[in-house]
Design a protein around this ligand. Sequence first.
Ligand code: CAA
Length: 387
Amino acid sequence: MDFKLSEEQLAVKEAARDFAQSVLKPGVIERDRTMTFPKDEIRQMGELGFLGMMTDPKYGGGGMDTISYVLAMEEISKVDSSASVVMSVNNSLVCWGIETFGTEEQKMKYLPKLTSGEWIGSFCLSEPEAGSDATSQRTVAIDKGDHYLISGTKNWITNGGTSSLHVVIAQTHPEKGHRGINAFLVETSWDGVEIGAKEDKLGIRASDTHTIMYNEVKVPKENRIGEDGFGFKFAMKVLSGGRIGIAAQALGIASGAYELAAAYSKERIAFGKPIIRHQGVGFKLADMVMNIEAAKMLVYRAAWLKDQGMNYDMAAAMAKLFASETAMKVTVEAVQVHGGYGFVKEYHVERLMRDAKITQIYEGTSEIQRIVLSRNIEKDNLYIPIS
Ligand code: CAA
């Protein structure tokens, strides 16, 4: 793996950093307080190409590699994870899933709208009784010949109140277990799609998380993704890539908190010297930067493996697990370094600490990542090339 970023990759990182600092940062505290979705900011992200970064330009995407996407996710997450989760779901779970497994008609019909930000997508897998245990889908898709009728309830749906297209995972043949599950492209304007309650959350408060109900929604057969019964594998494959995006988000949150803590520790004087010169604070910063650099290597390597067309399931699970746990530890310490100031909203680190928590939960909890790793270990899938 080449650790030197190309000029193009560095330019993407800088563009994302400029956008985050100049457009997202000014209103981020207020949007978090009032749970206001960053509508105008997301529209601008679409115009700048952040919503379909890896998608082929023939479908309106940026045609970039996963490393560029990770760099942009990181910079935007340093400032605003409510915006970066929209970016992550749209890029990794929705656009990448359609581009990789969809038909040409599906790609032509939906990707240009999604990559431009005209539409935002949602990935609808979780249910009230099927979170980690994703095979226990209760949402049904009844085969009616030329169409399906989808009925059921989905929970914790990111972009739930704002998205125009849902990727819905539903059970078609219950007797076949996970092999009877399918994935469908469902337009939210169709009859029977009902947007339920918006969640009042601990973190990423400006992102739009809803319950969704499907009441006999008529979905044409051409909107199924892949062969009959491919839906669970589709969800697993898409989530594996999605985990690289969330790992980058966690890395960004940790880095954002570290940058604030390091700057503060050099300005704040206590007992006659900047607090960084007190070992209790200096050592915290040392541990923070070490863990962030270790997380960065895992995240970039997972992205690189994906770009090489190699298997990245274990690398993505490790990256998400380590980066999200690092984000939690680093943000708690960043609040501590700031003392009383860290406890108030104006200094940003308390929000980063609240935002960090979800990275240990969504797109597979830390415990699920350990399941993914231990099952691969059991199968002796340990070959992870380093070159
Ligand atoms: N790629 C391809 N196939 C895969 C796969 C992968 N990465 N992982 C599993 N599969 C296949 C298996 O091979 C198996 O197929 P066969 O029987 O044909 O061999 C099938 O899927 C079932 O696998 P398991 O028996 O291992 O299934 P399981 O029930 O034990 O669960 C699990 C596996 C890893 C725990 C899985 O359920 C899982 O990942 N759960 C977490 C779900 C999750 O991440 N939810 C996040 C919600 S989405 C979200 O958060 C988005 C958002 O809005 C931000």
